[in-house]
Design a protein. Structure first.
Length: 273
């Protein structure tokens, strides 16, 4: 058996054909002299667990998880890191030699590294709005709160889900849950779109005047062109916009390190992409 097939990894999602993860991990592997066979696999919406078990049983060693399976991956993992346990969402699985599954969430540290290192954006004492309350948002809230922003608001169409997250993370720091209507009149320094609305060409219904002077609008989704949210934010006064490509690379580097014990240089991969 070739070394490549010995190191089988994948990203699971639905949809997943657009994923840049295979290219990113291939670049990491070439950089560090590691053989890897990394694929994008679209799991059936109602068949995620079976797809993961089939991959593991045919030699898979680990995988990344994207929309909409992060909470299901959390439930599937036998053991989890502290941050993954708290988030209730997992984006990285490692299949252990004893047959168990370890779950980690690298989204939050990936976002932090992209904001602070790549985009030179401070989080301390800033007013932050996070839109959405799904698996992607669960992964980023803990690390954001730990940076001590002035306030952190989570707004969601179903307010109860935002309230649930505020309670869940209350041991780390305060989150203000909100519906979209309650955002009227508020200004934010960083606005993070944690919904998948951009994948369907839509924008969350937040107030058009929510951007403070110098504000950053950040979309966790990414695309070859500016996302609908980025375009919308630029037209409404956001000083800076960014998609989640940098976060994708940074969280992927954390996953790669979890699997291989080596952390790649992300800057050259971001530049190449």
């Amino acid at each position: 058996m070739s070394p490549v097939s010995d190191n089988r990894y994948a990203v699971f999602g639905n949809p997943v054909a657009h994923s840049k993860s295979p290219r990113i991990h291939q670049m990491f592997a070439e950089q560090l002299g590691v053989d890897i066979d990394y694929q994008a696999i679209e799991a059936p919406v109602n068949g995620f667990d079976d797809a993961i078990r089939s991959f593991r049983d045919t030699g898979g060693k680990g995988c990344n998880i994207t929309v909409p399976f992060k909470q299901q991956a959390w439930a599937l993992a036998d053991t989890k890191s502290g941050r993954a346990e708290l988030a209730g969402a997992v984006n990285t699985l490692r299949f252990e030699t004893d047959g168990s599954v370890f779950g980690e969430n690298t989204d939050g540290i990936g976002l932090l590294r992209d904001l602070t290192l790549n985009l030179d954006t401070k989080i301390f004492d800033q007013r932050i709005l996070v839109i959405g309350a799904g698996g992607a948002v669960r992964g980023i809230l803990g690390p954001l709160i730990e940076q001590a922003p002035k306030k952190l608001v989570v707004a969601n169409r179903t307010v109860e889900k935002a309230v649930e997250l505020a309670k869940l993370f209350s041991t780390i720091g305060p989150i203000e849950p909100s519906g979209f209507e309650q955002l009227a009149g508020q200004k934010f320094d960083i606005v993070i779109n944690g919904t998948a609305a951009s994948l369907s060409g839509e924008v969350p219904p937040i107030p058009e005047d929510c951007f403070a002077d110098g504000a950053l609008a950040y979309d966790l989704m990414y695309a070859d062109e500016p996302t609908p949210f980025m375009q919308w934010a630029t037209a409404r006064g956001a000083a800076k916009v960014a998609d989640g490509l940098g976060m994708l690379v940074e969280q992927a580097a954390e996953s790669f390190s979890l699997w291989f014990g080596k952390r790649p240089d992300t800057s050259v991969v971001i530049a190449a992409l």
